[in-house]
Design a protein around this ligand. Structure first.
Ligand code: SF4
Length: 340
């Protein structure tokens, strides 16, 4: 639950914005109606105070016209479709650090129906076009207040040529179980070794809660589940002390949880950071135990001149071989989408 909820005038002009307002009020939250479309009072006395204020603020805004120009998002999906930017959780390796500028407030888009309809022009005839809705937020972390994910699932349920993908570290899936998704949405959960979840992912659902949410969405409708295609995003993979033992335990728990036939995929993402994300994360989490030592990493450059730090090739090979082998042994029919 956010401590502060603000609506911009433009957001209130949107029918979907009004729906979010009703939901927020139904949760007993007080709402601040802003006079202009600029969100003010986010800066605190210092970085830590600004972080705390922003993370506990939910701002409902109208997405700018630039949001209508979609960006590709390989290897996860063809295109990003953002229903919000910012996330209420506190992962110390957060992927958003360094990619979203300013205080980390959660901005929810009130013109979602317009954003969804806009994606139709990106569909390509003769092939399935995929849209990733979790690039800049945790969609389930805010769903109880917005209903935005349900809106997306319903929309793509009607699109023959499009597929929706989301990923979450939260577990409230009740409202998704009976939606008409038509198998067009793949519901994925971000999982990791227990010590990483406990130490580095504050404010998220426990590992067990995520596993049970995954199970409920994957179970056939006839057995009370959601009947969704599902997925696991194992990320960020880190060779912590005794990593084989911890990840073996995780994969065994997953196999025990999904002890029935289901449409399952996996994505493996090893830990990486950029100079910019390290800088922001060390300001947000100055006491983190996360390994940010460039000396033990390899540099990976991108085509725009930027670079990131990834594991050394030998370490990467060891990790990749182990994960591929252990996954295929337990889930021979669940495709590995990629390793990165
Ligand atoms: Fe960042 Fe994802 Fe964690 Fe949210 S759940 S804080 S977006 S890593």
């Amino acid at each position: 639950m956010p401590k502060r909820v603000v609506f911009t005038p433009d957001a209130l002009d949107e029918e979907f914005g009004q729906q979010i307002l009703s939901r927020v009020e139904a949760h007993g939250l007080e709402v601040e109606l802003l006079k202009s479309n600029r969100i003010t009072n986010l800066r605190g006395a210092d970085t830590a105070d600004t972080y705390r204020r922003a993370k506990s603020t939910l701002a409902v805004v109208k997405a700018p016209p630039s949001a209508l120009r979609l960006q590709p998002t390989p290897p996860s999906a063809d295109w990003q479709m953002n229903l919000a930017e910012g996330c209420p959780a506190h992962c110390q390796y957060c992927y958003l650090a360094g990619s979203l500028s300013g205080p980390p407030v959660v901005r929810v888009f009130a013109n979602l129906p317009q954003l969804l309809e806009n994606t139709a022009q990106y569909e390509q005839a003769g092939r399935l076009t995929s849209f990733e809705v979790s690039c800049y937020t945790d969609v389930l972390g805010i769903e109880h207040l917005t209903g935005s994910l349900a809106e997306c699932i319903r929309y793509y349920g009607q699109r023959e040529g499009a597929r929706l993908r989301f990923v979450s570290k939260y577990d409230h899936v009740d409202s998704l179980l009976s939606l008409p998704h038509q198998g067009h949405t793949r519901a994925r959960f971000s999982l990791n070794a227990e010590p990483i979840v406990r130490r580095l992912e504050a404010g998220t659902a426990s590992l067990e809660a995520r596993l049970q949410a995954l199970r409920r969405l994957a179970l056939p409708v006839t057995e009370g589940g959601g009947g969704y295609p599902v997925g696991v995003v194992l990320a960020p993979i880190m060779p912590i002390p005794d990593w084989q033992q911890h990840y073996t335990h995780l994969l065994d728990r997953l196999a025990a949880t999904l002890n029935f036939d289901c449409d399952l995929t996996v994505e493996f993402i090893s830990h990486r950071f950029t100079p910019g994300s390290k800088d922001v994360l060390l300001q947000w989490y100055p006491n983190t135990s996360l390994d940010f030592d460039e000396a033990t990493r390899a540099v990976k450059r991108n085509k725009f001149g930027g670079h990131k730090y990834v594991y050394q090739p030998d370490d990467m090979r060891t990790l990749k071989e182990w994960f591929y082998q252990e996954w295929q042994r337990r889930f021979p029919h669940a495709p590995i989408k990629y390793w990165t």
